[in-house]
Write a protein that binds this ligand. Sequence first.
Ligand SMILES: *Cc1c(COP(=O)(O)O)cnc(C)c1O
Length: 436
Amino acid sequence: MTAEFAIQGLPVGRLAGTFGTPLYLYDGEILRRRWAGLRAGLPPAMEVFYSLKANPNLSICALLRGLGARAEVSSLAELVTAQRAGVPAGHIVFLGPGKTVDEVDACLRAGVAAIVCESFGELDLIDERARAHGTVAPVMLRVNPGFAVKGSALTMGGRPGQFGIDEAHLLATGPGRLRRPGVRLTGIHTYVGTRILNEQVVAENTARILELADRLSRHGGFPLEMVDVGGGLGIAYFDGERDLDLDLLTGLLTPIVGDFAARHPRTRILLEVGRYLAGPAGVYVTRVNYTKTSHGENFAIVDGGTNHHMAAVGVGTLVKRNYPLALLNRMDEPRTERWHVTGPLCTPNDTLGKAVGLPPVRVGDLVGVLRSGAYGPSASPVLFLSHGHPAEVLVDRGRAYLIRRRDTVDDLLRAQHLSDDLMAGTPHPMTEGAAR
Ligand SMILES: *Cc1c(COP(=O)(O)O)cnc(C)c1O
């Protein structure tokens, strides 16, 4: 018996045959389930904004928009992606610590729900550009709070950082100094960490941010039209981790949000969610091109690695921990052996899985990295060694859609320019001499 991994009845071998490898496969059914579960679990007053950073594919964004997701974007291309996916401008917020004039202008032209301002310098720029456009920009102030959050994989807040304006600076600033004719202050934004797997921490965060927003808007003398409590909801990747318990989270959040909403009935409460929605929906599918042993250990060399999935490789982390890996074409075989699953790059770090328990691996097998729908190719050096972007396929309602084709060599070289002068070259004195 050979149980083969399948998405909505489509076997992975057939999908890999049709679209080639390496390949990102997304399951629309899982996206829908994640959305429905989260929506049902969250207090109704909370609006969910999909963070395109997690997976900026147009079709993924459009599917989530169809379910009711709004969009949180951080670049010009992400803004246009959200718009092409059908997200109305009034459902888009734009953030990022280094906004350019072009980005601010695009936000003003589009009429986004809010620009999230991350510094006093940016407040001046937004003011200037809004007045040039003859408009008033809705602006949320991003705050670097005085408190830090424990239990997050990446802690922001309560320490020096490039994001937002320090809470202490805002408190030291009189309301008059925040006023700009081109700016309408609409609220407070805080995002303090990602990959949070503790329900209590999420709830505590939310409570502290709501309290902070209340306090800072009163200090700043502007009405709290909206408060963005960030997010950072995690998913389990590694041994010993467990997914968030939504029932538990709902139970903790409901009174906190309910209490705030009762006191601020007109304030919109925004939650940003990337990984939680997209992560479980994706599998990175690679094919084994070679197997070998070296110094007594097994290596399966597959056709993709760091270049498409830096997070699974763990570049930049201190200890290599394995994402969930599986031999997709023989899911039910006992994992009796240990294999290093390595990619095609010419660097020893290019290891998708280290000493992974797998059945005996053969050339032609498909090895998948599960839970890979977030922070995949867009968060990886896809140009490293010039392999280019992998194909992406979304299976939805039983049909497979190619939602991004893999890069061709022409795609990779198109943007480069070689002038005739450089091609002809100035003869090197040595070769010139030798030719004579
Ligand atoms: C990255 C980011 C997110 C998305 O984080 P996830 O952990 O993927 O949900 C949301 N908001 C801000 C400000 C971010 O920087």
